[in-house]
Design a binder for this molecule. Structure first.
Ligand code: LAG
Ligand code: CA
Length: 492
């Protein structure tokens, strides 16, 4: 339901209207970021993999027209030229068909939207992926149209604790829109409405910290309700999650945004990387969540890595450390905290590297090997058994509490999720061999990390649970993975 801004500001209503509901279907609850995938490939993936494996939604790369940069670095998509839905991922028809096909199999689409800026300086006339031309140096984007008055004055961000600079100067030189102007608001709302019309469930708001929260409140509360023709209920508001990097000592804080919608919890990504890299003992994870200074669970969009920080060094884990990465992801999906997003990358050796493309610089489709993994430059972490089976685990244990925490005082941990699931993790360089309370009904369970339950047969280890819920758990140094996970949907 749309309400006038005045009503929103004058009441606690802002809280109840806040856009935190991801509109998941059934018991699903994990989003995957299919970074740089084509729309037709995402539609196929929804039908052949994401729906059947229980993924709840997909974050797609920016859908609107961007500048064409030399060598086609991935980041050209963060430099908009217009709001035409034409990119290397596909055109508007392909986008619309993807959203419909994914919604039809219960998988939601969330679009990465750029409301803060347009493209940066470019020598002369720039051309976009949809054929539009612009003169970024003159702040002229005729295909919107925007002219110089629609932007803030040019200045550089030198002091990240200066609110004016952070919100009104140019982030890495990107022409900074003035969201306080009626025209800019109108154009941004039209763009978001267009995507909602096509059936999307919400947005990842790029560079949210670089926009004033009150301008965003106006924009979010002005967009239309989700499209009932795509299966959304009446009066449903788009899910909003905002990119706000807040390490704890910032002038612009995540708290200014978390009433409007969810916020990306970067501290989660940093701390989980630190723990699973061995720089903090896993036993401390018993108090994981708000005790660590994270936002409340329903306000935090959580991830082991994202498309930016997987390219930086530091503690953040990525696909290049697979064993630790899978352990961290298993913990992420097993522990009852946050709105989870799984990263699905393309392989890279340097930061700017283009996504997999052919000689004509067209994006190429992923190809699959016999195990269903991706082979031609796409990493597809979401197709790793240890990861998609934990998406199934998280679905199976939905709405249960964590109980029976166990640890060895160091880097071996285990816990139950109600009477639905049990997980153990070994990040010590010696065996974990213990009889532990699994909280599960008596029976034989398939470990969904070392294998899967296929046609009633477990392809990996299995665990027998006795009448008191105890089972013998072994994760040895000889094992390929440092995790064991069992749940009631994978009972033999
Ligand atoms: C984001 N979140 O708030 C995105 O997640 C992040 O990927 C975007 O930066 C950033 N904000 C702006 O949307 C990316 C790259 C930058 C790239 C920028 C614009 O991380 O490296 O900047 O997109 O394409 C590049 C060059 C800069 C240059 C700039 C303008 O790396 O050196 O100044 O383009 O020409
Ligand atoms: Ca700004």
């Amino acid at each position: 339901m749309r309400l006038p801004l005045l009503v929103l500001l004058c009441s606690g209503l802002a809280l109840t209207l806040a856009q935190h509901n991801p509109h998941w279907w059934g018991n699903r609850n994990t989003i995957v970021h299919l970074f740089e995938w084509k729309w037709t490939d995402i539609a196929d993936e929804c039908e052949r993999f994401l729906g059947p494996r229980g993924y709840a939604g997909v974050q797609v790369s920016p859908a609107n027209e961007n500048i064409i940069s030399e060598g086609r670095p991935w980041w050209e998509r963060y430099q908009p030229i217009s709001y035409k839905l034409v990119t290397r991922s596909g055109n508007e028809l392909e986008f619309a068909s993807m959203v419909k096909r994914c919604n039809d199999v219960g998988v939601r689409i969330y679009v990465d939207v750029l409301l803060n800026h347009m493209s940066a300086d470019f020598d002369g006339l720039a051309t976009g992926t949809g054929g539009s031309v612009a003169e970024p140096a003159k702040k002229s984007f005729p295909s919107v149209p925007y002219t110089a008055e629609d932007f803030h004055e040019t200045c550089e961000i030198t002091d990240w604790n200066d609110r004016f600079q952070v919100q009104q100067c140019e982030l890495v030189g990107l022409k900074d829109l003035n969201q306080n102007r009626d025209w800019v608001r109108t154009k941004l709302i039209e763009f978001l409405d267009h995507l909602i019309e096509l059936g999307v469930a919400g947005f990842r708001v790029d560079a949210a910290k670089h926009m004033a929260a009150e301008d965003l409140l106006f924009i979010y509360s002005s967009v239309r309700d989700l499209n009932i023709n795509h299966g959304f209920p009446n009066n449903a508001r788009p899910f909003i999650y905002q990119e706000v990097i807040d390490h704890g000592h910032e002038t612009v804080t995540r708290e200014e945004y978390n009433e409007l919608g969810a916020v990306t919890e970067f501290r989660f990504s940093e701390e989980i990387g630190k723990a699973f890299r061995g720089n903090n003992a896993l036993k401390w994870l018993q108090s994981w969540g708000t005790d660590w200074g994270f936002l409340s669970s329903g306000q935090a969009l959580t991830f082991v890595d994202n498309h930016d920080n997987q390219r930086d060094s530091g503690d953040v884990l990525n696909y290049k450390s697979p064993k630790q990465y899978k352990m961290a992801t298993a913990f992420h999906l097993a522990y009852p905290y946050g709105i989870s997003r799984v990263m699905s990358s393309f392989g890279f050796d340097d930061r700017d590297q283009a996504p997999p493309q052919d000689a004509q610089e067209q994006l190429i489709s992923p190809e699959f090997d016999a195990d269903g993994g991706c082979s031609n430059g796409w990493i597809c972490e979401h197709r790793w058994r240890q990861i998609y089976n934990m998406v199934g685990f998280k679905n199976a244990v939905r709405d249960t509490e964590l109980t029976n925490w166990w640890d060895n005082g160091d880097n071996q941990i285990a816990f139950c999720r109600g009477s639905k699931g049990f997980i153990a993790i070994n990040n010590n360089l010696y065996n974990l061999s213990e009889t532990l309370q699994t909280c599960l009904p008596a029976g034989e369970y398939c470990d969904v990390i070392s294998g899967s339950l296929v046609d009633g047969v477990c392809t990996g280890k299995s665990v027998s649970v006795d009448g008191n819920g105890y089972g013998y758990i072994h994760i040895g140094t000889e094992d390929f993975d440092g995790v064991l996970a069992i749940h009631t949907d994978a009972k033999l």
